[in-house]
Write a protein that binds this ligand. Structure first.
Ligand code: GLA
Length: 467
């Protein structure tokens, strides 16, 4: 059964990259959360549990490279971008190792890179583990160039011993000191060469509190994390303190002002300093096992920071940041709207009208398609607790597939969202087909509880076409 499943996944993957290599032009002009992003080669950006380092006006994104169908370590990817919207694939910064921790039969998660100010070396930290998450430590790897390749150096040692915890993050303070953060709230200060620990400055103070991330504004530190629910979404929350040593005070505004952190789990906060403003960007993962490579997405939103209060008061579907000033503006995904009930959309298989505006199906192989003239295509769907996967294929006027992508229609609460936006394509007549896959997101949490979607529904609300 597993072998069969694996070969189906392999076929889908080969199929996808074959299509993608044919893609010609692609461009984004805003940051859209919760949709698959395509890199300069037309492949889905795979960089989860990520962090970003800015150097010479370029952002370098490091994250987990995933494969669909398995959770085994597939390497850590590095991408670069000047605007945060268009990503160039640089390298597999740390590839799968032949043996030992981080081989093809292990888990490698949450890579975080920092440049060591005293040596000029780039140091990558990560959670290294067995496939069953039973023997973890914080490991590190080093490189002379930011893009790598990084050489794995084994566990990061404190008093000669590895740190045996799983979710981790990093924080670099303004004075150049580097810190490693662990779930629960431990904070370790790195030695000057960033290759070992000098002292533990904060002891775990909260049960769970996974995916740790810290940022500092003025004289206040904000320590973010999630509840312990594996890849299932929860309301992330945070603590504040005037010193990294604590005491840390629990705050509530993020829970109250961002429903389930807009269906994501935090991984990093990127401060973006402009001449007018510093914007703090929340970086979260919208996980989607077993399609972490093709259907997991990113929720990157600008924080509102006021004193002790941080929030993501509304979900920004699309937004921009002026790289010079640091000022954020809201963008709109514009285009001609075609409603789900419009005659231009042709349905095959069994679809039902769910609400006035939404058509849904959970029948494997059911599909809808439409032919439009334009250069960018968006699809709004109803994400819901029983939402499943769909595969989207875009063909040009010669019938050639120029793009293929999976999307995940799962959400813990029903909500109509932009679920797909193509990059800017060559102006042409395109035929778009969206097929119900008959599969869903699921995950067995560390506690043994099964989480994820309750069904395989694909629900379309409207389509957008930009000329
Ligand atoms: C949590 C962690 C992730 C990963 C998953 C696996 O979500 O934050 O990094 O380990 O659990 O269950």
């Amino acid at each position: 059964m597993w072998i069969e499943y694996k070969s189906v996944i392999t076929i889908i993957l080969c199929f996808t990259s074959l299509f993608l290599s044919a893609q010609t032009e692609k461009k984004y002009n805003a940051l859209c959360s919760g949709i698959p992003w395509f890199d300069n080669n037309g492949n889905t950006v795979s960089a989860h549990g990520a962090n970003i380092v800015k150097e010479n006006r370029k952002y370098f994104l490091f994250g987990e490279r995933h494969k669909d169908g398995t959770n085994a370590f597939a390497g850590f990817n590095c991408y670069s971008s000047k605007d945060l919207y268009n990503w160039k694939f640089e390298n597999i910064a740390l590839p799968v190792l032949l043996t030992g921790k981080l081989d093809s039969n292990s888990v490698g998660e949450r890579p975080k890179v920092m440049k060591c100010p005293s040596t000029g070396e780039y140091i990558m930290y990560m959670h290294a583990d067995t496939l069953g998450y039973t023997s973890q430590y914080v490991g590190f790897a080093t490189a002379k160039k930011i893009t790598g390749p990084y050489t794995f150096r084994g566990p990061l040692l404190f008093n000669g011993k590895p740190i045996r915890k799983w979710d981790m993050g990093t924080f670099q303070d303004k004075d150049g000191s580097g810190y490693v953060l662990l779930h629960g709230g431990d904070i370790y200060k790195l030695n000057a060469d960033y290759k070992s620990i000098s002292e533990q400055i904060s002891m775990a103070f909260e049960k769970g509190f996974e995916s740790p991330a810290i940022f500092k504004k003025d004289s206040l530190y904000y320590f973010l994390g999630s509840d312990l629910t594996g890849w299932e979404r929860n309301d992330n929350y945070y603590f504040t303190a005037t010193s990294l040593k604590g005491p840390w005070t629990k705050e509530d505004s993020l829970r109250r002002k961002a429903l389930l952190t807009w269906n994501s789990q935090t991984t990093f906060v990127l401060p973006m300093e402009g001449i007018k403003e510093t914007t703090y960007m929340f970086m979260g993962d919208r996980w989607s096992f077993p399609k972490q490579a093709s259907a997991a997405t990113y929720v990157w939103q600008p924080f509102t920071v006021m004193g002790y209060t941080i929030s993501l008061p509304e979900f920004k579907e699309a937004w921009k940041i002026d790289q010079k000033t640091g000022v954020v503006s809201i963008a709109t995904v514009k285009g001609k709207t075609i409603a789900a009930g419009d005659q231009q959309i042709i349905y095959a298989g069994s679809w039902k009208q769910d609400t006035l505006t939404v058509r849904s199906s959970d029948e494997k192989g059911a599909s809808f398609s439409f032919t439009v003239k334009g250069k960018q295509i968006g699809i709004y769907g109803l994400a819901r607790p029983d939402g499943g996967y769909a595969v989207i294929t875009i063909r040009n006027s010669n019938g050639k597939a120029v793009l293929s992508s999976s999307i995940d229609l799962y959400s813990k609460y029903p909500v109509v969202l932009l679920k797909f936006l193509s990059p800017v394509l060559k102006k042409d007549t395109y035929t778009v087909t969206v097929t119900v896959l008959g599969e869903r997101w699921w995950w067995k949490e560390k506690s043994g509880r099964l989480s994820g979607s309750k069904g395989n529904f694909v629900s379309v609300e409207r389509v957008l076409v930009k000329n």
